[in-house]
Design a protein around this ligand. Structure first.
Ligand SMILES: C[S@@+](CC[C@H](N)C(=O)[O-])C[C@H]1O[C@@H](n2cnc3c(N)ncnc32)[C@H](O)[C@@H]1O
Length: 273
């Protein structure tokens, strides 16, 4: 596995289970547990809004009512109300017992269980109509991604679909990104074909202003210190200007439609078995 160390968190080499367990323990609120470690929350609101808009548009033609969905990496259950609104029967799995404790308390009527890469999930072959995973696979090294995808394919019905939202062009210390083609190939290895995809990005306003700044004052950006996704924002260093830029970022979900493709760093994709 790649050696990835979070200098601003525990100083330990990245391990998905330990990292997310610590994130669950230190969580100030739901978004803080699963998005960035920005305690002021604006970055997380931006991320949440971008993800919600992308996901809503992407799945809008599905006929979900009465079908079953599994969320891999359910975290603290941010997407439970979203999926249940369509009449889906929802179940969730997560690698972190602490995330599961939080989510079980919120939704005692839902089946949640622990899952680690390489485990056999407790579900029968061809069980689920849908599987969804939002920013989870890329938090696992590629050899684990392959094991997970193979197991997901086993429990998905023929004709069933998997939706993923993952990183396709950025490497932060917790992410193991793949290109669009690599994601497609990895699912193809487990017998699934990509039906459609869309690219997206977070923090467009911030990114644009950073690019402009670089033109006038080129400097090397240290992602471990820049408060990238999971990169450890030094929250007390937020200047008033930075906070203003972040507030402007609440427009990001709408800006995405106009950005040139090379700016996109995330991918949402649909795979069918
Ligand atoms: C970035 S958070 C996203 C949580 C949730 N999908 C959401 O969007 O709110 C990543 C989540 O995936 C879980 N996770 C990471 N690797 C996993 C794995 N291999 N299997 C199951 N869950 C995993 C973490 O514990 C954490 O809850």
């Amino acid at each position: 596995m790649d050696q990835k160390v979070d200098k601003h968190f525990s100083g330990k080499e990245y391990n998905a289970k330990e990292y997310w367990t610590e994130r669950a323990k230190e969580a100030k609120d739901d978004l803080h547990a699963v998005c960035t470690r920005d305690v002021k929350g604006i970055r997380n609101q931006i991320m949440d809004r971008v993800q919600s808009r992308i996901l809503s548009n992407f799945i809008k033609n599905e006929s979900f009512a009465g079908k079953e969905i599994l969320e891999l990496g359910c975290g603290v259950g941010r997407w439970v109300p979203f999926f249940r609104q369509f009449g889906l029967k929802y179940s969730g799995v997560d690698i972190s017992k602490e995330m599961l404790e939080i989510v079980k308390e919120k939704y005692p009527d839902i089946d949640f269980s622990e899952y680690n890469p390489g485990d056999r999930l407790k579900y029968d072959d061809n069980h689920f109509d849908y599987i969804v995973s939002i920013t989870v696979l890329h938090h696992n090294p590629q050899e684990d991604q392959k094991k997970i995808i193979k197991e997901l394919s086993r429990i998905l019905k023929p004709g069933g679909k998997i939706f993923i939202m993952e990183s396709c062009r950025s490497e932060y210390f917790t992410t193991f990104s793949n290109t669009e083609e690599e994601w497609e190939a990895m699912f193809a290895e487990s017998g699934m074909r990509m039906n459609k995809k869309r690219l997206y990005r977070y923090f467009s306003v911030q990114g644009m202003l950073r690019s402009i700044k670089k033109i006038f004052k080129p400097e090397k950006v240290d992602r471990t210190k820049a408060g990238g996704i999971g990169g450890g924002a030094k929250d007390n260093e937020y200047s008033a200007a930075r906070s203003y830029v972040l507030k402007l970022g609440l427009l990001d979900p709408y800006l995405m439609d106009f950005l040139p493709k090379r700016f996109y760093k995330g991918i949402i994709a649909e795979f069918e078995k």
